[in-house]
Each structure stands twice: as structure tokens, then as C-alpha cells.
Design a protein. Structure first.
Length: 363
């Protein structure tokens, strides 16, 4: 193993368990001290999903459990983290290193990114100067965890890279959210690119990182966010008719751009309704469908308020149907039953693609 930026003599392999029913132990990364003038800094690197079925079991075990900050997180990621956290503690303790680290750099791809998130959170709780670098990482915790980490970690210490067409970065579904969510996100390869399991692979969906700097990716991200705003609300015209155009746009099926427009539109509708607080409580149950049902009821109430709002929600549902390749099936009403049905179709589509993406990476 050639790692020129670390002190090889200090390197320790991380051994952890993964699996849904019968945990299996394997190598999950390494811990090491950096070289030269940065010798008082350490790095913790964790690997992504491999071809073993145990890793798949860890990925899909999205039942909430308490994490290192005392907030609800993804149980599969949390269980693997707990299986090696003592190794981290022993490595970091002053009597082992001989010094208190001035910085702890936590990094990983995919499943490794989720674990890196927990590593950074745990180190931050210990009062260490924690940095987080993830690529193609799924969501780790629920809203309270994300809010806590957003306050705990500095904006300049968080680097989360996500391809807009990588379905794994969209899971698990709400109420799981990216943590922190107020800063540190770098997006690229967006536009009309189709959401595709292959975009989760480093060599395909993230190859442009090789020649890019953080500053360039940050500028690109800000540009995309402005494009999104301009696309949904041209000239600040927040009329429901824009949805009708989105649903009819060429190449709508599995378009990453269309899905982001839909997500933003739902957020904006809930904001105008004053319903965000209803979706940001501490107890959510264990399944995404519970939240989808809640959102369906909220949006149905929003639609019932006026003809304009009913048209707006129906337009959003038709945009979702266009994304799913069902543009010929026009949604005429915005009832709870219809909204729930459309959301469930979307949930099934995203989860199916994510499973394919994880399996492709493991090959």
C-alpha cells in the first residue's frame, strides 16, 4: 500500500462488521498520522460497499437508532460504526498517539462516506477539530442529527460531493437528510443528465473530480442552484403553469434536473403553507411511507385551499409522472389517495435504482 501523505508506521487497519442478520467481519479502512509539517493531524478513511451481501444488508437497514451525538441515525450505518468505534478511541487517545490531534480528517465513498460522517460527528463530540470529505454518500441521520451537526461543524470543514444523477445520494428518503445540510455540498454533472445507477461509480459519475478544485466545484454548485431557481420561477413568476411546461419538456423521464425541480417545488409549496414544522419533528416511526403519507395529507390540504393551489399540486404530480416515464397518464385531481399513489411510485423507482447502483459499485 502506497500512501505518501501518511506516516506508514502509524497506520492501523479498521476492522468492522456488516450485515443485516448475521454480521461478518472485514477490513473497512485505515487510520493514520499525516507526514511532515502535518504530523499532528490524523486521517480516518473508510471504504464503500463491496460485492458481499453483508454490505448490502447494512445499506438497507434504515431503521432509526441513536448515533454518536444522541440523535436518530440509520441503524445499518450505526451498527457498523459501533463495531469499530473502540478502535478509533484507542487510536486517538493521547497515550497511543502521544499528542492531541490538531485536526481529524474523515473521508469515504458511498457506504464509506456514511461511516466518515459518523466518524466526523463522533470526533466533533470529543471536541476535536473535525473535517469531513465524502463522495457519493447516502443520508446518515434524521433532521435533528443534521441540525446538530450543522451547528457543530464549521462550514469550511465540510466537503460533500454528489452527482445530481446519483440515486444513492437521495437515500434513505425523508426524514433522513444529508448532514450537515446547511453547508458543504458540491454538485456536478447535473443538467439533463439521466438518473442512472452507473452514475454512482467513481470512474463514471465522479471522474471530473480528478482535475477539479474545491473552489471550482463550489462555483459550479452555486451556478446550478441559481439555474434551478430560474428554471422553476422564470422572472419571479411563481405560477402553477410552469409545472405544465416541466411535465412536457423533452427528455423528462428519469431527468436529474426535473427531479430536483420537483423537490424544490414541494419544499416551496410546504413553506407557503407553513407546514415545514410538521415535517421536522423528532419522532417519525420507521418507514419512509409514513412520511410520504403525511406529506400527501399536507399537500392535499394545500390543494383544497384554492383552485390555483389545486392546479399547482396537480401540475407537480404530473411532473413526477413525466419523470417516471408516465407522461401519458395525466393526473386530474390532487386528493390524498392520488398524491400518496404518485409519491409511492416515485419512492419505489428511487429505491430500485439505488439497489442497482450499490450492486454495480460492489462488482
Amino acid at each position: 500500500m502506497e500512501l505518501p501523505f501518511v506516516n506508514i508506521d502509524s497506520l492501523r487497519i479498521i476492522t468492522a462488521t456488516s450485515g443485516l442478520i448475521t454480521p461478518v467481519s472485514s477490513g473497512f479502512g485505515f487510520m493514520a498520522q499525516l507526514n511532515g509539517g502535518r504530523s499532528r493531524e490524523i486521517v480516518i478513511a473508510t471504504r464503500g460497499t463491496t460485492h458481499c451481501r453483508e454490505d448490502y444488508g447494512t445499506d438497507i437497514n434504515a431503521i432509526p437508532t441513536l448515533g454518536p451525538t444522541g440523535h436518530a441515525i440509520h441503524k445499518g450505518f450505526g451498527t457498523t460504526f459501533k463495531s469499530y468505534v473502540q478502535q478509533l478511541n484507542e487510536f486517538i487517545r493521547q497515550q497511543n498517539l502521544g499528542f492531541k490531534p490538531t485536526a481529524v480528517h474523515c473521508m469515504g465513498h458511498s457506504l464509506g462516506g456514511a461511516l466518515a460522517n459518523l466518524n466526523a460527528a463522533a470526533c466533533a463530540e470529543l471536541g476535536l477539530n473535525s473535517y469531513l470529505y465524502t463522495v457519493a454518500a447516502p443520508r446518515v441521520g434524521m433532521v435533528p442529527y443534521a441540525e446538530h451537526l450543522s451547528k457543530k461543524m464549521k462550514a469550511a470543514h465540510v466537503y460533500r460531493v454528489a452527482n445530481e444523477a446519483d440515486v444513492v445520494t437521495m437515500l434513505p428518503t425523508y426524514p433522513f437528510v444529508h448532514s450537515p445540510y446547511v453547508h458543504g455540498t458540491y454538485l456536478f454533472e447535473g443538467g439533463m443528465l439521466k438518473i442512472n445507477p452507473m452514475q454512482h461509480k467513481l470512474a463514471i459519475g465522479y471522474s471530473s473530480m480528478v482535475n477539479g478544485s474545491w473552489k471550482q466545484m463550489q462555483s459550479l454548485t452555486q451556478g446550478k442552484q441559481q439555474q434551478l431557481e430560474n428554471s422553476l420561477y422564470p422572472a419571479n413568476n411563481k405560477e402553477a403553469g410552469q409545472f405544465e411546461q416541466l411535465a412536457k419538456m423533452p427528455g423528462a423521464m428519469f431527468s436529474g434536473r426535473l427531479l430536483k425541480l420537483i423537490n424544490k417545488a414541494i419544499h416551496d409549496m410546504l413553506s407557503r403553507l407553513g407546514a415545514q414544522s410538521l415535517l421536522s419533528v423528532g419522532h417519525y416511526g420507521t418507514g419512509a411511507f409514513t412520511v410520504l403519507d403525511q406529506m400527501a395529507e399536507i399537500l392535499a390540504r394545500y390543494a383544497q385551499a384554492s383552485h390555483k393551489q389545486a392546479k399547482e399540486v396537480a401540475g407537480m404530480l404530473n411532473a413526477v409522472m413525466a419523470y417516471l416515464g408516465r407522461a401519458t397518464h395525466t393526473v386530474a385531481d390532487a386528493s390524498v389517495v392520488t398524491i400518496r399513489w404518485v409519491f409511492n411510485l416515485l419512492h419505489l423507482s428511487v429505491n430500485t435504482m439505488a439497489k442497482q447502483a450499490i450492486q454495480l459499485v460492489g462488482r
